[in-house]
Ligand binder design. Structure first.
Ligand code: ZN
Length: 203
């Protein structure tokens, strides 16, 4: 992290640097957020600290689908109205949120926590693949919908999984390519994602 000086002193400089690390926050926004914190009354500052602390203490991975949750099993996995035999495979927990916003998917999810990326040293053992195979073999999954990002690495990961499950009695589909190649699921709008889910094709 680049330590830049601040007219107020080093502790404010440090706070600006921390905010500047956040996604979508440039130095100007980081400066505004730091000013906000500087002006907070002590009880409000304590609430902010406690909110961050509570999240860091309670957030964990769902023991079934590996999305983030504060319970042992996430809301979607615990919902008896959701179709357990239909599982949508995504790279990140935020992709679950994007797909849920489309409101058309009635199945469950499986979060890989990344995609295969040999250049970055991410191999199959870094992802939640064992658990996915186990779900297919032991939990009666009949369809896997590949919703990895339409990037080289996302596609490679989907292909790897489909090979992994080639001998299993499971239908493998993928999101329709309404999503521009190379784009990331997180930034697709919900209508696009709804179309991509409805129009899913055999892998
Ligand atoms: Zn879950």
């Amino acid at each position: 992290m680049e330590q830049q000086s601040h007219p107020y002193g080093p502790s404010v400089a440090r706070l600006v640097d921390e905010f500047a690390e956040m996604p979508g926050i440039g130095r100007k926004s980081a400066e505004r957020l730091a000013q906000y914190v500087v002006n907070l009354k002590k009880p409000a500052a304590a609430r902010l600290i406690q909110a961050i602390d509570a999240v860091k203490r309670s957030i964990r991975r769902c023991e079934v689908c590996h999305t983030l949750t504060e319970a042992e099993t996430c809301e979607i996995c615990s919902d008896p109205r959701r179709e357990s035999s239909l599982v949508c495979v995504v790279e990140q927990p935020r992709d679950v949120i994007s797909l849920e916003a489309s409101g058309v998917f009635q199945g469950k999810y499986h979060v890989l926590h990344g995609c295969l990326s040999p250049l970055n040293g991410i191999g199959p053992e870094q992802l939640t693949l064992d658990s996915l195979v186990k779900r297919v073999r032991e939990q009666g999954v009949t369809e896997i919908v590949m919703a990895t990002n339409p990037t080289l690495e996302g596609d490679g990961t989907a292909l790897f999984i489909s090979n992994l499950l080639a001998d299993d009695n499971v239908r493998i589909t993928r999101l329709a390519r309404g999503i521009a190649s190379g784009s990331v699921l997180e930034f697709a709008n919900k209508e696009m994602l709804a179309d991509a889910l409805r129009g899913r094709q055999s892998f």
